[in-house]
Design a protein around this ligand. Sequence first.
Ligand code: HEC
Length: 302
Amino acid sequence: MSPAASSPTGVLELPGLHNVVSYRGSGAQEFYSGSVPEGDAGFDALVALGVKTVISVDGALPDLARAKARGLRYVHLPIGYDGFDDARKAELVRAVRDLPKPIYLHCHHGKHRSAGAAATVAVSLGWMDNAEAAAHMKRSGTAEGYKGLWSCAAKAAPMMSAAIDAARGDFPELTRPDSMVAAMVAIDEALDRIKLVEKNGWKVPASHPDLAPAADAGRIADLLRVLDGDLAAKPAGEPGRDAHLGRLDEAARADFRALLVRNAREASELEELLLGGDAARIAPAMKALGAGCKDCHVKYRD
Ligand code: HEC
């Protein structure tokens, strides 16, 4: 039995790898979903699992240097939190069918996008039925709110070889994100760093002396403002490189921009408080910032 399948919950936690769930527990053919491998520990854990191919469905650029140093093949095929189209599905199915196994498929946290993709691929290749796929996503911890991901897995059906063969087979090791995804990834990384300080009672932890939460809050505000500026400069209805925004009509676009501006203001407020404002207001400001991210994602992303 595979290490993930034999753990009591079916979920493995390894050094630098989280939420590891097997979507095909059969030794050399194993197919895992999990979090992004963190640093040397994460990549060493992949090697210890025997993994040969790593597939990322996350927007962030993969750590190709660490993968190559260990002889691992990387494939980067990002998907959204709202699911993915048939072309991306077929590419993922083909990659998992054709590339050396065991295969580790990851997003950032290993709960939502990697699980939705792994479940869809496993059904498409005839390895499990839709009910088993949903049970596996539950095990990975996929949130109910990601309806597009659940629906991809629910609609999946075994694919004919000819349809899989027709998919793009160049398996890129790097897919440049569009500007929206790249900015969001940077925003998320900055917020994660602020959370480390939050966890330590809003004091920079001795273990991470390099953290600068006010600067990170300012960086978030900047990035959100830059996105708003991009939108202002781009004529409405022009898809540009941001597939999401091309679909928005005039009114939705204005609403989207208002949410960006509001969120930027929340980030600036947090920045000012962290620079020496009323300490009692820091926690509520952090909460407001997080709520600002969520309000937009619920409406325009998930
Ligand atoms: C005004 C809307 C809006 C706001 C505000 C917003 N986001 Fe986003 N975010 C989006 C959209 C739209 C996407 C999907 C982009 C795509 O896939 O094309 C996204 C995607 C993301 C992603 C996924 C990136 C990937 O790997 O595909 C993360 C992480 C993220 N946002 C974090 C945040 C955080 C953290 C905040 C708040 C500090 C935030 N966002 C604020 C609209 C927003």
